[in-house]
Design a protein around this ligand. Sequence first.
Ligand code: TXA
Ligand code: MG
Length: 350
Amino acid sequence: MHYHDQTMINDRIVLANEEGLRRATDLLRGDGVCAFPTETVYGLGAHAFSTRAVSTVYRLKGRPAWNPLIVHVATAEEAKLLVREWPDTAQMLAQKFWPGPLTMVLKRAQHLPDLTATGTDTIAIRVPTHPVAQALLRSCELPLAAPSANRSESISPTLPQHVLRSIPDVPLVLDGGPCSFGIESTVVDLTSSPPRLLRPGALNLRTIGDVLSSLQLPDAGQQHDGPPSGSVRSPGMARRHYAPHAALVPYERFEAGRLRERPYPLGILTYEEPDQDVAALAVRIELLSANPREYAADLYAALHRLDDAGVSTIALLTPPIGDEWLAIHDRLNRASAPKLGSAISGDRQA
Ligand code: TXA
Ligand code: MG
């Protein structure tokens, strides 16, 4: 429903039919870039071993050079060609969860250049399940580096229109409609023992636990504001990320008196119908599902809609605690982290 509301005519958003796939393939084979849908979020794709293509991705995203990229391939067999070691754990995880929203960090094959791993000897790999991502990988026959197709630090795109708004210079976006998971892949580092969770994501921990007997969880100390220093192995744990323009302020419960203290206009992001006096304060209310899977699927689109409504504050009802909500809490914590140097937390971000 929201999808069609927001559809606009634009010649760079193309249907992923034969013609669209051909245009995307031509761009990627010519060391260009192209956005495409995956089951998690839209990615900004580039030939993973082309210096020109990868540097275009960094430039268009405004991504800091220390933050590495995930390489997408069509099958686990192709993934094996990119690594120096294929541990049993990788085999088991691939069998169970690929294609799907799991990214594995492995030791990179020696012959491959370090374009996506920013100075480490690793490579992050994922086999997406989205039919358009699969069709594109098979048509271009290239491993595709693809970070989420948004400007660095801002909200990830779950619709083609989000990509175009965040990266106006994107040459092409393959349209696959809304992403079904709506939250990024789970990233697991298999180069350490026991394996380490680098980013909670669409594949939840309990499910991974069925395959991995032990998994080290990230601690708050891994979060950072700049390039990760020496021992920190999780470059993606930037403290502020996934952030809307408005200040996102969490509340355990809403009270009209406290909400009135925040800069207006006010938006509400919740999973419970707010009381009338609270609802009356807001110019826009995003009522998400109380089911974590459905909540995640609509979260980024809801943040985009709240930004579009021009609110200065987004009052967030803190979601429940629990394994299935872990990735959602992770994203909301990063989205509500104040910008460095902003004097008053809770003020409208520039
Ligand atoms: O769902 C997803 O993973 C989406 C879709 C497009 O596939 N992609 C995505 O990419 O979220 P990006 O670039 O926004 O996030 C990649 C994450 C970052 O946290 C990055 O630091 C981490 O993966 N990463 C990539 N390569 C790594 C490596 N060699 N070692 C450790 N972390 C790595
Ligand atoms: Mg991202």
